[in-house]
Design a protein around this ligand. Structure first.
Ligand code: NAD
Length: 250
């Protein structure tokens, strides 16, 4: 989307997990509304081709679970752009699905934890350190309805997404007396590569629970996300926004 609405003009937006799926779509939308976008992912080739299609986009290959890499990436972005107004953390993995908790290997659980929760923590921590200097910022993390309700067959994913909800609630309060907000979105099913890779039993389980009887769209995710990271959204922090077609009951 581009055109008249330039609400992010002169702002710098960092989007992780932007080589595909929600992150990619959101990066395009933020750029279309005037932001200078820096996209991050661990898939180098896909990230580079994605950056080539977004006007003015910079890109960095980063594994968000790696402390050193995330710290260095934010330093490099500050050196290059001079400011970071928006950080959206879309990088995430599902890991084991359609499997009971007893069937999940410790190493598999650790891998999901490292990306979904440790990675969310690292991105939030280093983003905040730079935003604090200017007393302005919008951080948006991606949780999931699985983190609120717990999906059968997805114990590693559900528990790490519950952790993201706790992280947002805590970090939001830590910075509540500043111009920085920290929020999350908890989507139900959005058709991306992540969902395509799931076991069909798992996809049916999740989609049948949506009262609207359909999946969410990338445009619906982008519309809510862009409001949350806009200057307008100034009295909301530590919150988890629903995007579940009516599935969430709290
Ligand atoms: N699609 C859905 O239905 C859905 C539902 C609820 C929550 N979410 C969450 O939304 C976010 C985006 O999901 P999506 O559907 O776009 O997924 P996706 O799989 O399409 O894209 C995720 C991106 O994250 C990147 N990534 C994974 N691990 C990384 C790491 N360690 N470092 C850097 N990049 C890494 C991948 O390379 C990929 O480009 C995720 O956090 C996901 O858990 C998605």
């Amino acid at each position: 989307m581009s055109g008249d609405n330039q609400r992010f003009k002169d702002q710098v937006a960092v989007v992780t997990g932007a080589a595909e799926g929600i992150g990619r779509h959101l990066a395009e939308r933020l750029a279309g509304e005037g932001a200078r976008v820096v996209i991050i992912d661990r898939q180098a080739a896909l990230l580079e081709s994605c950056a080539a299609e977004i006007p003015g986009a910079d890109w960095q290959v980063v594994d968000i679970s790696d402390d050193t890499e995330v710290c260095a990436a934010f330093k490099a972005i500050m050196a290059e752009c001079g400011r970071i107004d928006i950080v959206v953390n879309c990088a995430g993995i599902v890991g084991p699905n359609a499997r009971k908790v007893t069937e999940v290997e410790v190493g598999e659980f650790d891998e999901v934890y490292a990306v979904n929760l440790r990675g969310s923590f690292l991105v939030t921590k280093y983003a905040l350190q730079h935003m604090e200097e200017r007393n302005y910022g919008r951080i948006l993390l991606f949780a999931s309805i699985a983190g609120k309700e717990g999906n059968a067959g997805m114990s590693a994913y559900s528990s790490t997404k519950a952790g993201v909800i706790g992280l947002v609630k805590s970090a939001g309060k830590d910075f509540s007396e500043t111009g920085i907000t920290v929020n999350a979105i908890a989507p139900a099913v959005i058709r991306t590569g992540m969902v395509e890779a799931l076991d069909q039993w798992q996809v049916d389980y999740m989609t049948e629970k949506i009262p609207m009887k359909r999946c969410g769209t990338l445009d619906e995710v982008a519309a809510l996300s862009c409001w949350i990271v806009s200057p307008e959204a100034s009295f909301t922090t530590g919150a988890v926004f629903d995007l579940s077609g009516g599935r969430a009951t709290y």
